[in-house]
Design a protein around this ligand. Structure first.
Ligand SMILES: NC(=O)c1ccc[n+]([C@@H]2O[C@H](COP(=O)([O-])OP(=O)(O)OC[C@H]3O[C@@H](n4cnc5c(N)ncnc54)[C@H](O)[C@@H]3O)[C@@H](O)[C@H]2O)c1
Length: 370
C-alpha cells in the first residue's frame, strides 16, 4: 500500500521504546546471523551480538580476508563457528542458512550491500548513514518497504538506556513544550588509521558520518523533521592533514523546525583535554534535560533529578542489536527503521549542503530532488 508523505513522516517519528532483552531461546529458534564488514565498527557489533541470547553467528565476510578470519576467531572463542567469506554476494548465494545480516561496510558501499541483502529476503541491521545521496536513500527506502525482512539502521544512541529514558520523559510531556535543543560534540580528530573517513566523497563528511547521531536524537525529541538548515564550517587546523583530507574539522549548524523550535549544534575535532565532551540538551517550557546523563533540571528548582533508567549501564549497541533480534522474532517495526533513517540522513545532507554552499537550504529542496 502506498503511504502519503504525512503518514511516512509521522510513522518514522513514532514514540516507540527499546524492547526488553531477550531471554531463554532454544537452539532450534536461534537466529542465524551473518556479518558483512568486520573492521572497526563491524568487529564491535560482532562482539556485542555474540552476547545477545538466541543468536548464532554463522558467517563473517570482509574484503580483507585477514579481518574476516579474526572475526571468525572471535566467534570460535565464544563457542561457535562461522564460515569465512570475502565476497558477500557469494556468501548470500551459497550459504543458505542465514536469517539476518549485520552490515558495517564503508559509507559509500551501504546502498549496494543493503539492496542486495534486502532483495535476498534477509533481515538487515545496517550501519548509518542510510546512503550518501537522497536518490540512494530513496532507493533503499523503496527496497526496504518491499522486502520480506525487516531493516534497522545503526542509530544505536536511541537505544542507550539514559537517552531512551530521557526521551520517554520528553514524549510524556515531562519537560513541557520542547523549545530548543543544544548539542556539542567536541573532541580530537578522527582516527588516522581509517583513511576513508577523511574523504568527503566516501564518508559524506563529518556531519553525515558522525554529527548525524546527535541530530537524529534531537529530531526524535521534537517529533518532526526540520524545515531548513543554515551553518558554517571548514578545516581550520588540520589543513591537508592527513594528506588529501577533504572533510571539515569543525562546523556549527542551526536547524529550524515547523513549530519554531531550533537545534543549535557544534562539532569540533581539535579540542584540547578538558574542553572535549558531548552535550545533548533539550530545553522545554518547564526546564531542561541532558539526554546522555538522563538528568532533568526543572526551570524553577535548584535541584536536578536523575531519571529512573531501565537497563541502566547496558551498552547502547548491545541494546540496539537485542532490539533488532526482538523485532525480527516479533515481526515488529524497529525504532530506527528505514523511514527514521531517511529523515536522519536527509537532514544531515541538508545541513552539509547549507555549510558547503553558505546559504539557507530547505528540506523540500533536498528531499524533492530524487
Ligand atoms: N554506529 C556507530 O556508532 C558507528 C561507529 C563507527 C562506524 N560506523 C559505521 O560503520 C561502518 C564501517 O565503519 P568502520 O569504522 O568499521 O570502517 P572500517 O574501514 O574499519 O571497516 C569497514 C570494513 O568493511 C569492509 N568492506 C567494505 N566493503 C566491503 C564489501 N563490499 N564486502 C565486504 N566487506 C567490505 C572493509 O574491508 C573493512 O574491513 C561505516 O558505515 C561507519 O559509518 C558506525
Amino acid at each position: 500500500m502506498r503511504r502519503t508523505r504525512r503518514e511516512f513522516l509521522t510513522s518514522s517519528l513514532a514514540l516507540t521504546s527499546a524492547p526488553s532483552i531477550l531471554k531463554g531461546q532454544t537452539r532450534s529458534d536461534e537466529l542465524r546471523v551473518a556479518f558483512i564488514g568486520v573492521g572497526n565498527r563491524g568487529s564491535f557489533l560482532l562482539r556485542q551480538m555474540l552476547k545477545v541470547p538466541g543468536v548464532r553467528v554463522v558467517a563473517v565476510c570482509d574484503l580483507d580476508e585477514e579481518r574476516a578470519r579474526k572475526a571468525a576467531q572471535l566467534v570460535a572463542d565464544s563457542g561457535g563457528s562461522a564460515r569465512v567469506w570475502t565476497d558477500y554476494r557469494r556468501m548470500l548465494d551459497e550459504q543458505k542458512e542465514i536469517d539476518a545480516v549485520v552490515q558495517a561496510v564503508y559509507d559509500w558501499a551501504h546502498k549496494d550491500v543493503n539492496l542486495t541483502v534486502l532483495e535476498m529476503g534477509k533481515h538487515l541491521y545496517a550501519e548509518k548513514p542510510l546512503a550518501l545521496t537522497i536518490e540512494d536513500c530513496r532507493m533503499t527506502v523503496r527496497a526496504a518497504r518491499q522486502a520480506k525482512g525487516i531493516m534497522q539502521v545503526g542509530f544505536q544512541l536511541r537505544y542507550d538506556p539514559n537517552r531512551n529514558a530521557s526521551m520517554k520523559f520528553i514524549h510524556s510531556g515531562g519537560i513541557g513544550r520542547v523549545l530548543l535543543c543544544h548539542g556539542m560534540r567536541h573532541g580530537g580528530d578522527l582516527p588516522r588509521d581509517i583513511p576513508w573517513y577523511f574523504d568527503r566523497e566516501k564518508s559524506g563528511d563529518i556531519l553525515i558520518d558522525q554529527g548525524i547521531h546527535i541530530l537524529d536524537l534531537f529530531t526524535w525529541a521534537i517529533g518532526k523533521h526540520p524545515v531548513r538548515a543554515m551553518g558554517s564550517g571548514g578545516t581550520n587546523l588540520f589543513v591537508n592533514e592527513p594528506p588529501g583530507r577533504t572533510v571539515m574539522d569543525n562546523y556549527s549548524l542551526i536547524l529550524e523546525y515547523p513549530d519554531g523550535q531550533r537545534v543549535n549544534f557544534s562539532h569540533h575535532y581539535f579540542d584540547p583535554p578538558r574542553f572535549t565532551g558531548i552535550k545533548e540538551r533539550v530545553f522545554g517550557s518547564e526546564g531542561a534535560i541532558d539526554l546522555a546523563e538522563a538528568v532533568w533540571q526543572p526551570r524553577t528548582e535548584r535541584q536536578a533529578q536523575k531519571l529512573d533508567v531501565p537497563n541502566a549501564g547496558q551498552d547502547a549497541t548491545y541494546m540496539a542489536l537485542a532490539a533488532f533480534v526482538d523485532c525480527v522474532r516479533n515481526q515488529a517495526k524497529p525504532l530506527t527503521d528505514v523511514e527514521a533513517a531517511f529523515i536522519a540522513t536527509a537532514q544531515a545532507i541538508m545541513g552539509t549542503r547549507a555549510i558547503y554552499e553558505r546559504r539557507i537550504v530547505s528540506w523540500d529542496e533536498v528531499v524533492k530532488e530524487a
